[in-house]
Design a protein around this ligand. Structure first.
Ligand code: ARG
Length: 451
């Protein structure tokens, strides 16, 4: 297929293959978003009297047909197309003749690809929010179910103080909620429409950028046309930074679960349907899902680094380097979603072994050392003296009832007072934030799709 920039000379095939790389494959994920942005652009061109209403309708109908073909698997982007923008324009010209050639008035592929990535990203972020809300609810239910179930609390991995399964689960819940606050901020940056910024410097005709932005369901127009182009990769990196926080939490949680489900601990059991086996050792039940969450977290961190690394030396305005931010962005988002889903599945099916949790206290009475020192403090002994007394007679420490110890930790956020309602309120606020945005996006996109 002809390139959009074809001017009648032949580019070296090796250079062409190098510049296209796997971008045409990645762009298959952007076809629908690119068509939606094009429908909005066509409508704006009609409003600006650059196209007639009838011409915009014809373009919109053909763009919707491309979306239908894409969903049915019969539209594709080939290496010869170079990218989805070319594949779509070529199809429009093939079906609509000269009208197809008019659509690119007042835009560049530079603002076009940013818009497509943002529309795509908002859909992907909604999916990620939903999956993360699911995990938050699973953690919440797990924390409530085992709210006062004693578990040894550790620092430096060593025995520290009495804690509970509820505290452990609610800690990851609150951490996830903070990650989701970051993701909501990332959404706000992604929710800006770059269209009309064109190659980086706008166009010398009076287009209505606000109108395109509204039609596409964006919260606001990204004002400065040069910044709109400079923000490519920047906004991707902010989304990936939020993904990185989610992934790091999941990775650490995975490590806890791997440790606590070792036979030597036995606090938790990962059911066999969540374990894979060994080809040589008949007894093995390996927590491969959790191990891969750990490893994929490194990939997600690398995606974030890669995007910022590409940006850091770039001059203002579009540079082809920006194409290279697409892969880590799409990959980082997809991996984060997959990790959240696997963790949700794992926690939902996790078995808890009360007997082993309690046995651990009997085997390590030193876990009560601080409780004992504070008991002496209550009798009037200064804390440092009480600390030394207990340290000098650790071997005499008796294992007491860990439930009673937990029940005494009643200050805010302690194992005896998890205050799950604090997390509930934060989760409800986040859900409301997402519901409003989902609604606006859905209404706008339904209108563009004519449904
Ligand atoms: N595939 C390109 C990208 O992702 C599309 C924009 C091309 N723009 C250009 N000036 N060559 O950046």
């Amino acid at each position: 297929m002809a390139k959009l920039w074809d001017k009648g000379y032949r580019v070296e095939p090796d250079l062409e293959a190098f510049t296209t790389g796997d971008d045409y494959l990645l762009d298959r994920q952007l076809v629908e978003a690119d068509c939606l942005a094009s429908i909005a652009h066509a409508r704006m061109l009609a409003k600006a009297a650059i196209l007639t209403g009838e011409e915009a309708d014809k373009l919109a109908a053909e763009l919707r047909a491309i979306i239908a073909d894409q969903r049915a698997g019969s539209f594709t982007v080939t290496p010869a197309d170079e990218d989805c923008h070319t594949a779509i324009e070529n199809r429009l010209v093939e079906r609509l003749g000269d009208l197809g050639k008019k659509l690119h008035t007042a835009r560049s592929r530079n603002d076009q690809v940013i818009a497509a990535i943002r529309v795509y990203a908002k859909g992907a972020l909604l999916e990620l929010f939903d999956a993360a809300f699911g995990l938050a609810e699973t953690l919440r239910a797990f924390a409530e179910r085992h709210e006062r179930l004693p578990m040894i609390g550790r620092t430096h991995t060593q025995v520290a103080m009495p804690s509970s399964v509820g505290l452990w689960a609610a800690a990851w819940l609150e951490s996830l909620l903070d990650d989701l606050r970051l993701l909501a901020t990332a959404w706000e940056l992604a929710d800006q429409c770059p269209l009309g910024s064109a190659a980086s410097y706008g166009v010398p005709i009076p287009i209505d950028r606000e109108y395109t932005s509204q039609l596409l369901g964006f919260e606001r127009l990204q004002n400065n046309v040069l910044y709109a182009n400079n923000s490519r990769g920047k906004i991707e990196s902010v989304v990936l930074a939020a993904c990185a926080q989610i992934a790091v939490d999941l990775s650490r949680m995975a490590q806890d679960l791997i440790n606590f489900s070792l036979p030597e601990f036995g606090y938790f059991i990962i059911p066999k349907e969540l374990c894979t086996g060994s080809s040589i050792m008949p007894q093995k039940r390996n927590p491969c899902g959790l191990e891969l969450i750990r490893a994929k977290t490194s990939t997600i961190l690398a995606c974030h680094d890669q995007v910022l690394g590409i940006l850091k030396g770039l001059p203002s305005g579009y540079n082809r380097d920006l194409q290279e931010t697409k892969r880590p962005f799409l990959q980082g988002l997809a991996l984060t979603l997959a990790c959240v889903r696997v963790m949700d599945l794992t926690v939902r099916k996790l078995e808890v072994c009360e007997e082993r949790l309690l046995a651990a206290f009997r085997a390590a009475p030193e876990v009560f050392a601080t409780d004992e020192a504070l008991r002496l403090v209550a009798q009037g002994v200064p804390f440092r003296d009480a600390y030394r007394q207990v340290a000098a007679s650790l071997d005499k420490l008796q294992a007491t009832d860990p439930r009673a110890s937990i029940a005494q930790r009643t200050h805010a956020g302690g194992p005896g007072n998890l205050r799950l309602d604090v997390a509930d309120a934060a989760l409800a606020r986040l859900k409301e934030f997402v519901a409003q945005r989902r609604d606006r996006l859905r209404r706008a996109l339904d209108a563009l799709l004519g449904s």
